[in-house]
Design a protein around this ligand. Structure first.
Ligand SMILES: Cc1cc2nc3c(=O)[nH]c(=O)nc-3n(C[C@H](O)[C@H](O)[C@H](O)COP(=O)(O)OP(=O)(O)OC[C@H]3O[C@@H](n4cnc5c(N)ncnc54)[C@H](O)[C@@H]3O)c2cc1C
Length: 501
């Protein structure tokens, strides 16, 4: 059993262990997985040391922004797997799906009141910071929040980084000493703990745990007060689907990632971002798969921490390019979200970017679209419309086109603030990986965050611009446009102004 490094554990509420408590409670919120999870490791260690059962509580509430069939089903897929895996384990599992707004209020407090010790996930993803605040107010019980976000502890840097290059340099210095810290790959197989047995009866009577059939019941999903115009997709949540995608990616696509990742016709990117977002797969597990595929050992690391994008790991160019996305770009954004509480606000754009964008606010825009026209993929641009249709129907946009998608929204709105609102709304409503620190990294990157100044252009000023014409010239797109372009794939708006496929 691994133990999280001390820097990954924050005590949110101090109290001596409540020895009369019935169990150790792991309140699973962001790291929704049973493997490669430091919070679970910590909860198991505490339960063992106290000789108490372990209960995992995983909830799905209603009141979150952009709640839809798509996001709900992704989380329910993970819950279904947990329910199956834990049914034959001494570890207890309490899955809860809220049926009416506010129904779940008081549930965690009721469980915590019966617990010896509470463990939860530390993460900046979506509403987790609000849950951490709630956890810190639990009374009479110790609460530890444990970070499994990335390869570096999320609080190691001590400050936000404003450019990927500077963060990469820092990472090169810091990461080698941390590579040996890894959460347990499979902490529950063969686990010896006092069995949890029945859930506390008064709690289960008031808040009925979800039944296995609920996770796949379309009528349950349909009955919930969430946005049904954003439907489910063929994509499946949960650790098994994530692991199978990871295996396919490493075998088939990783070797050609560097050449092919920008071409929408290729399947070179991993497609792992939704599972990372929901906590269904760990970056540690992904990193291990790359290390194994490359037969890599740390002896191949360069001793020059110079912030280079390639050449530092001593791996193939493709593996290095992939790790740069998974580690540098993902972790610079998550760290930024930890240290800059207003990271979703326009005012946190770098001063140079805001200034140059505002200097060009009165430049003539050849095309202007409303939020609804964007959502319905009703622009003049075939490539943009295709990317938007893919987002609405599949919950995913190819990465290169995602950059173009954002740059064009910036170009085709009257003010960068409006562009920001449109990007956030559409991305977070439809993208399976939306509502993540990465969402804001990408959207704010469109407007200059983490980037540098470029030669000045109309509308964009010194912020990097992109054009559909050069995208068409440089990238292989024919099959992509066949699938997502053209009138056959047209979207319509429903009565609420949402795009429906
Ligand atoms: C306008 C815009 C919006 C974006 N919105 C999101 C979003 O909502 N959620 C999201 O996860 N990413 C977002 N990104 C970043 C990036 O586009 C996606 O992470 C990537 O396309 C996911 O596909 P993949 O898993 O196949 O990536 P791969 O190329 O296989 O990369 C592996 C992993 O690295 C991380 N990663 C890759 N590119 C980036 C990046 N530019 N910034 C931060 N992390 C990265 C992701 O976790 C990704 O899963 C956005 C980018 C832009 C320009």
């Amino acid at each position: 059993m691994s133990h999280p490094p001390t820097m990954r554990v924050r005590t949110l509420a101090e109290a001596p262990p409540r020895l009369g408590g019935a169990f150790v409670l792991y309140w699973m919120t962001a790291t929704r997985r049973l493997e490669w999870n430091y919070a679970l490791d910590h909860a198991v260690t505490v339960a063992r040391s106290l000789g108490k059962p372990l209960l995992i509580y995983e909830g799905l509430e209603l009141g979150y922004r952009w709640a839809s069939d798509r996001h709900h089903q992704a989380i329910m897929d993970g819950m279904r797997e947990h329910s199956t895996k834990l049914s034959a384990s001494p570890v207890g599992y309490f899955p809860f799906i809220e049926r009416s707004a506010g129904e779940g209020r008081g549930l965690v407090r009721a469980l915590a009141a019966r617990a010896c010790h509470v463990v939860t996930d530390d993460s900046p993803v979506f509403f987790t910071p609000k849950l951490l605040e709630a956890a810190s107010r639990l009374e009479g019980v110790r609460v530890d929040a444990v970070d499994s976000v990335g390869l570096l502890p999320i609080r190691a840097a001590g400050r936000p980084y404003s450019a990927a290059y500077h963060f990469r340099r820092y990472l090169h210095k810091e990461l080698p000493a941390r590579l040996g810290d890894v959460p347990s790959a499979d902490p529950l197989t063969g686990i010896v703990l006092p069995p949890m047995g029945e859930l506390p009866t008064e709690v289960a009577a008031r808040w009925a745990p979800a039944e296995p059939a609920d996770f796949e019941d379309p009528s349950l999903l349909a009955s919930l007060p969430i946005d049904h115009s954003v439907g489910t997709t063929p994509w499946r949540g949960g650790a098994s689907a994530a692991r199978s995608r990871l295996q396919d990616f490493v075998e088939a696509s990783l070797p050609r990632y560097v050449e092919d990742r920008n071409h929408p016709d290729s399947m070179a990117p991993s497609g792992l971002s939704p599972w990372l977002h929901y906590g269904h797969i760990s970056p540690h597990e992904i990193f291990r798969a790359v290390v194994d595929a490359e037969e890599w050992t740390p002896i191949r690391l360069s001793d020059k921490p110079d912030g280079r994008r390639s050449g530092w790991w001593g791996m193939s160019a493709s593996a290095e390019a992939f790790l740069d996305q998974l580690i540098t770009w993902r972790e610079v954004g998550h760290g930024y979200a930890v240290y800059e509480p207003d990271f979703t606000q326009y005012e946190t754009l770098p001063a140079w970017a805001r200034q140059t964008l505002e200097d060009h606010v009165h430049d003539r825009r050849e095309h202007l679209y409303s939020a609804d026209e964007f959502a319905a993929a009703e622009t003049h641009d075939e490539i943009w419309n295709a990317a938007q249709r893919q987002l609405v129907e599949d919950g995913y946009i190819h990465n290169y086109l995602r950059m173009l998608w954002g740059k064009k929204i910036l170009e085709w709105t009257e003010h960068p603030r409006e562009a920001l609102d449109v990007m956030v709304e559409i991305n977070n409503r439809y993208a399976l990986d939306g509502r993540d620190p990465n969402s804001y990294s990408g959207i704010f990157w469109v407007m200059g965050r983490f980037d540098r100044g470029w030669p000045e252009r109309p509308i964009f000023g010194k912020v990097r611009s992109m054009t559909s014409a050069s995208t068409r010239r440089k990238l292989s797109l024919d099959r992509y446009l066949e699938r997502w372009g053209g009138p056959s794939a047209q979207l319509t708006l429903d009565g609420a102004g949402h795009a429906t496929a």
